[in-house]
Design a protein around this ligand. Sequence first.
Ligand SMILES: *Cc1c(COP(=O)(O)O)cnc(C)c1O
Length: 320
Amino acid sequence: MQITLPTYRDVIEASERLEGAANITPVLTSRTINAEVGAEVFFKCENYQRTGSFKFRGAYNSLAKFTAEQRESGVVAFSSGNHAQGIALAASILKIPATIVMPTDAPAAKVAATKGYGAEVIFYDRYTEDREAIGRSLAAKHGMTLIPSYDHPDVLAGQGTAAKELFESVGELDVLFAGLGGGGMLSGTTLSTRALSPNCTLIGVEPEAGNDGQRSFNSGEIVHIDTPDTIADGAQTQHLGNYTFPIILNGVNRIETVTDAELVEAMKFFAQRMKMVVEPTGCLGLAAVRKFKDELKGKRVGVIITGGNIDIDKFGRFLQ
Ligand SMILES: *Cc1c(COP(=O)(O)O)cnc(C)c1O
C-alpha cells in the first residue's frame, strides 16, 4: 500500500488549528538538573496540556479536519488511557459525538474522566475480545471515523506541535529526548526538529521491557512484541506504525531504553525538585538524560515531558 507521509507543513497547519484550543505549555528549567548533568536542560511540560498529556494535540487536529458528514456520524477510539481523554475532550469542544472502547478493567478514574468529557464508553473484555475489531465494526456499522492513538497523519502532525513550540521558545538545541510508544509523538517531533533545529541529535526513549522501537530502528523493519510489562503504561505498545516508522527511521538519530527503576527515580526528581506530578511514561526523557549525561556536557538539551496522568495513590506508592 502506498501512503503519503505528512511533512512539517502539516505540523504548521496543525498548530494553526490548535490555536486557542490547546495550551501553549510552559518550558521549565531546573538549576539542580543543570548542575547534575553539566548541561542546560529545557523541559517542555505537556503534563500541563489539556487532559494532562500531549494526546489532546493530535486528537484535536484530527477532529478539526473532519468533514460535515464525519462530524455528524462521530468518532470512535479504542484506548484506556490518554488518547481516550484527548479524543473525548476534543470531540466535546467540536460538538462531535464520541465513542470510546475501553477494557472492562480500566481504572475507574479514567472511565469517569472520559465520560465526564461527554463520550460514550463501550466496554470489552481484554482477555477474550479484540478492541480493534470492535472499534472497526462500530466504525463500519455506524459510519463513525476511527482515530487511532498514533498511526495517523493528522495525529502525528498534531503531536509535532509540542516540539515546534519548544524550538520557537528556546531556539535550536544540541540534543532532544522524546518518549516513544507507537511513535506518534516521536515522528511528529522528528518533523519539527528537522525543520527548526536540523543539526539537533534526536533521541527516542522507550521502556527497556518494550524495546520494539529500538529493534525496529536498528533493523529497518517493524518488530512486533507482546504487550510489555512496564510501569510506563503509555508506552505499552506492541509495534510502531506504517506512518510513524518511516519518519522515525529517516529522521531520528538513536533510540535508547531506560528501566522502570530509572523512571521511578525521575518521577521522584520531578516531584521533589520541580513540584510536578509526572506519570511514569512522562519520565522517559529525564531518565535518559541522567543515563547519558556523560555525553551531554555543555550542551543545550530538550526534554518533552509527555504527560502527568497518574492515580494519586499509585503516585504515592511510587514515591515511597
Ligand atoms: C501516548 C503516550 C506516549 C507515547 O506516545 P506515542 O505517540 O504512542 O509514541 C508517551 N507518554 C505519554 C504520557 C503518552 O500518553
